[in-house]
Design a binder for this molecule. Sequence first.
Ligand code: ATP
Length: 688
Amino acid sequence: MDRNKKIIIISLDYVANRALTEQLNEVFGEKVEVISILLNEHEKINVEDIDLIVCSSKIIVEKIKKKINKLIPIIPVRRTVNLKKITEVISLNAGEKVLLVNNHLYTANETINLLKKLGVDHIEFVPYFPGCKEEIQDIAVTPGGSHLVPKGVKRIIDIGIRIIDISSIIEIFLELSLPIENFQIISESYSKEMVRLNRFNSETNKILKAMFEITHDGIAALDVSGNIFFSNKKFADFLQCQQSDLISKNIVEIINDKEIIDIIIDSKQRNNEIIDIDNKQFMLNKTFLYQGNLLKGHVVSLQDVTHIQNLEKEVRKKLATKGFVAKYNFDDLIGISSSLLDKIKIAKKIAKNDLTVLIQGEDGTGKEIFAQAIHNSSMRKNGPFVAVNFAAISENLMESELFGYEEGAFTGATKGGKEGVFEQADKGTIFIDEIGDISPQIQKRLLRVLQEKEVMRVGGSKIIPVDVRVIAATNKDLMELVKEKKFRKDLYYRLKVLYFTIPLLKERKEDIPLLAKYYLKSMESDKKLSNDVLDILTKYSWPGNVRELVNLMYYLDSIVDNQYVVANDLPENFIQEVYEGENIKTKDNCIFGTIDTDLLPANRINEYIKILKVLKDANDLGIIIGRNKISRILKKNQFYLSSEQVRGRIKDMEKAGLIEIGNTKQGSTISKKGKMFLKEYIGEYTER
Ligand SMILES: Nc1ncnc2c1ncn2[C@@H]1O[C@H](COP(=O)(O)OP(=O)(O)OP(=O)(O)O)[C@@H](O)[C@H]1O
């Protein structure tokens, strides 16, 4: 009977030696006796009856030779990592910088090469061993050397001691002349691991593939020459071809626009670039694929711009149902005065920034519309816009409204608590109107939120981080309040980072006719303002600013019967204030400006204007028309006056000198005075 074989396994450190001994025992079982020795523990090694020396690394072979007195075979084993443990390494992010910790530079590099050979080539490994001066990274991978990992590393992946490679195991088998059946058993266990690893890879691939297919982005990977080696279906759809047709094709065979091809394959990183392919707009992003330091190609993603716009609308719709959406843009700010245009210019610059804003301005000057326009032009435009008005909330409610509360914070608190506006406005803008009215208690809490960017709900202890831009507004002189110690100085300076003051409406008279016209039109009103009315409006002091003007337009649209609004349609206070001291004719007498019109009753002004207009249009064409024709033309324009009524009005106007009756009495013509009258009422203003 054959005697059992004896081998010695020699390595440098105890942990490795124990692991290798275990592996050899597992592989060879009773057939081989394995003796474990640490190199540095023995001056001389007794090799009597020993068939083979197995050593853990090439670097110790020579040292072993010096310690033995008999020539026996020595096999330095090749070692490999335990496949069971490397899935965690495979899952690390591509391009991640990771320490590879081992007891020696040589063994560290050996492990790195091994991992690379096994296909783990997406990570940047930095060899690390005791005493080396490498920069610490967040992650360390080590084959059984957790104790060697330097402080400061956040995650250690111990892939276990590197086991003896299958080729070395075969070598040992052959050297010991052992029967081949045993070899098959080992190789089976190795191949099982391989299969499992491959399965893991292919499952990961499947997940990745599924992820690429469900995204709305078209994604493709190309090598540096533009050959496509990956594409999802969406990318093929965008380029109007089959996914299978794309693979292995060069991008020049697919797209025939040189400029776009350059964008796709040039060496520039591309972020959110808008390109046109077959008259459709796409947003392109491009990033690079590296293997080690070598550029391997690009990954390109295309997004359908219409789809993005629809998504944006969807988000806005959702926010709108919550009431957290800003309606206004800078285009909605009406005015031509340089004082307003200057402020719009400043506000546009402010929108590009993310700092706190303070808007000062009297009531109704447009502070909120400015705040909304800033939000809608800022990078937060897709986030919520939440407006709070301190004057509208009771002191008690204010705190919980702003910061939210926890369940049981006070009697009546909703179950489960409630989020405050700071939480609701997360990633968006919060507009705080009438900031000058807040209590010292709220001032203190607000200051904290602005400083720390976090809130604590009333009755709660949890800190909630918030990402909110604050736009505050006030109609008060905040500095004055600071001096009176009614407003915290630190909060004042926290708020007044970017700021501007909106001018009063009376300081920008040019804007008044424009605003009036704009609002009548937006109400779909058919009303037209006479020059007299406009004159009064521009002279008026507008204590309620634009809001008062908007309200007046609503009033005129609902109250005035006639299409042409004349001065005496205005509420009394307008006329009184403007013409105070001036000798003017008011309601009873009717104001017709320069023309003495005692003969023309005010309630018929609209009828006179309509008839004069028809006459003038006809006269301009060289035609003289009579009352029947005038009545028919008016009727066509939905203005009903019988020819008898027309005759009466023409008579009035003739007496007032606005109309001249022709010699033949066949028709009438508008007089010079009549033209002036018409101009005064509709001509100039309606064309303005
Ligand atoms: N430049 C403008 N163009 C068009 N509309 C304007 C303009 N300025 C203000 N408005 C309109 O005037 C009204 C009042 O504006 P807004 O609410 O923004 O004023 P405010 O200064 O915030 O008022 P308050 O301080 O009284 O709340 C709104 O209907 C707004 O749309």
